[in-house]
Design a protein around this ligand. Structure first.
Ligand SMILES: Cc1cc2nc3c(=O)[nH]c(=O)nc-3n(C[C@H](O)[C@H](O)[C@H](O)COP(=O)(O)O)c2cc1C
Length: 363
């Protein structure tokens, strides 16, 4: 008997939960939730680059959703669909209420954060430390599933501190599988809760994609999304293709975080390799739509820098990239106007560019 069958047989003697119909192909390419980074302005920008990758919000706590300014926290542009709301919390009733609000706001999926190692999150007893409480997480997932009709998914690590043997993460996934969760986004590192900062926790614990592959083997009909250290088309395709060891791929989808933020055009390249359609032909081709967005948000009182800070990576690795990065982050000009003002610097050799200062830009 395979692991998913073991967990189903356990679950049928507990309580049966309906499994929301999923299309695994929706998860082939996804952009990670990143606090302070993947806000609505960042997501809109990513959406222009990849019309159908699944985007995730930053983590928003149940406390903020239940008591905060919902328009500020949850509003998004319709163009961002498909977009998933990531929630941080552990109290099933609060999770259910937050999920209900998220679904009513129009989000396409609710994702529960079981991977964040920060001290603040640990004090709130959620994030990665929840991996030690699979029964509580299962109750939370059930409560959310009962509250909404959109998919409820979980993002987690492969271990916590010294609990990093495969059985630990397999049993965590199995418990959630038994209550009907069918999408697992696996950041393929353990979380070290004491002694490492969140940033170090994204760099120091070693990546173990073999654990992702084993989860896919043990739960073949679950959607397993690989996350952590994926930067390129080749790395993505390798994870998504059948391996020498058998017909299953290591994962059904890839999730990119830092690479997507710093070099967003990689999303376009991966989407192209995966056969996505309606992709932009060049980086510049997204600028008119980005400029329209910029102007309409300015008209609504949004500060320019809140938007432009996310757009610095568009020309990553291209001639003119440094100038673009510096000037766009200043937020003095919209993206199309800036591109036009700097266009003399685009396409020049590095030697030519280093001699050139950006010069006076139009006010
Ligand atoms: C600035 C920053 C903020 C993050 N915030 C979140 C978050 O809110 N929720 C979450 O699940 N993961 C968060 N993460 C982790 C990422 O989602 C991802 O799991 C991690 O960066 C590994 O993927 P990568 O190597 O592709 O960046 C954050 C990462 C970064 C860099």
């Amino acid at each position: 008997m395979r692991w998913h069958e073991v967990w189903v047989s356990i679950s049928t003697c507990c309580s049966a939960h309906s499994v929301v119909a999923l299309n695994p192909s929706n998860y082939r390419l996804t952009v990670a939730p990143m606090m302070d980074w993947t806000d609505r302005h960042c997501r809109f920008f990513h959406r222009l680059i990849v019309p159908s990758a699944l985007l995730y919000t930053e983590m928003i706590t149940t406390g903020a959703i239940l008591h905060g300014d919902l328009h500020r926290l949850l509003d998004f542009d319709q163009a961002e669909h498909p977009v998933a709301l990531q929630i941080g919390g552990s109290e099933p009733a609060d999770l259910a209420q937050a999920a209900r609000i998220g679904a009513s706001w129009g989000y396409d999926e609710i994702n529960l954060n079981c991977g964040c190692p920060s001290e603040r999150v640990q004090k709130g007893a959620f994030g990665a430390c929840l991996m030690r409480e699979p029964d509580l997480v299962a109750d939370g997932v059930k409560a959310m599933q009962d509250a909404v009709t959109i998919p409820v998914t979980v993002k987690h690590r492969i271990g916590v501190d010294d609990q990093d043997d495969y059985g630990f993460v397999r049993d965590f996934v199995g418990k959630l599988y038994s209550v009907g969760c069918r999408v697992f986004i696996v950041h393929a590192r353990s979380a070290i809760l004491k002694g490492l900062s969140p940033k170090e926790n994204r760099e120091i614990p070693p990546l173990r994609m073999s654990v992702v592959r084993q989860l896919k083997r043990d739960f073949p009909d679950a959607v397993i999304v690989a996350n952590g250290g994926i930067h390129t088309v080749d790395e993505s395709l390798e994870l998504l293709s059948p391996s020498k060891e058998g017909p299953l791929p290591a994962a059904d989808g890839v999730m990119l975080g830092r690479a997507a933020y710093h070099d967003p055009w990689v999303l376009r390249e991966i989407a192209g390799a995966l056969g996505h359609t309606n992709l932009p032909s060049t980086r510049e081709s997204i600028l008119p739509a980005l400029q329209d967005y910029f102007e309409s948000q300015l008209a609504q009182g949004v500060s320019a820098k809140h938007m432009t800070r996310h757009w610095h990576g568009l020309f990553h690795g291209q001639p003119g990239a440094r100038l673009w990065r510096r000037e766009i982050c200043e937020g003095k000009m919209g993206p199309l106007a800036l591109f036009e003002a700097l266009s003399a610097g685009f396409g020049q050799s590095p030697a030519q560019r280093s001699e050139q200062s950006p010069g006076p830009l139009p006010a």
